[in-house]
Write a new protein. Structure first.
Length: 129
């Protein structure tokens, strides 16, 4: 049996002896991680990307990555982990490895992707003298 109840609600400004809860300070964009930026800039032929919205995704039709603003992440490490995840999806595009099942999450190669993303960037060695 449904119960109907009424409550009287007041705005905080109408109340006495009650303090407002502290508001969260706006997040500022954290500093980029140099090693991660090196990986991003070293990804030749990478898809186009933009920042905005509230979710990260890769569009194989547009060959485009959409990412939330870096300041919305808990840390830059989380931001880059998400960006690299989307990069991993983009490797299956026709212009790159042309892997079937690029958005089929059951067959998307998690171990292969981890190996590709977790390897250290190759350093260019100085020419022999």
């Amino acid at each position: 049996m449904p119960v109907l109840r009424y409550f009287t609600v007041f705005n905080l400004s109408q109340c006495e002896n009650i303090e407002a809860l502290p508001t969260e300070a706006p997040r500022t964009a954290p500093s980029p991680i140099a090693a991660c930026e090196e990986i991003v800039s070293g990804y030749q032929g990478r898809p186009t990307s933009d920042h905005g919205g509230d979710r990260a995704c890769y569009s194989p039709l547009k060959d485009h990555i959409s990412m939330p603003e870096p300041k919305t992440f808990d840390s830059m490490a989380h931001y880059y982990a998400t960006l690299f995840h989307e990069f991993a999806h983009s490797t299956g595009h026709q212009k790159r490895l042309a892997r079937p099942g690029i958005v089929d999450f059951d067959t998307f190669g998690s171990q292969t992707t981890r190996r590709w993303l977790c390897r250290p960037p190759r350093r260019r060695s100085a020419p022999p003298t």
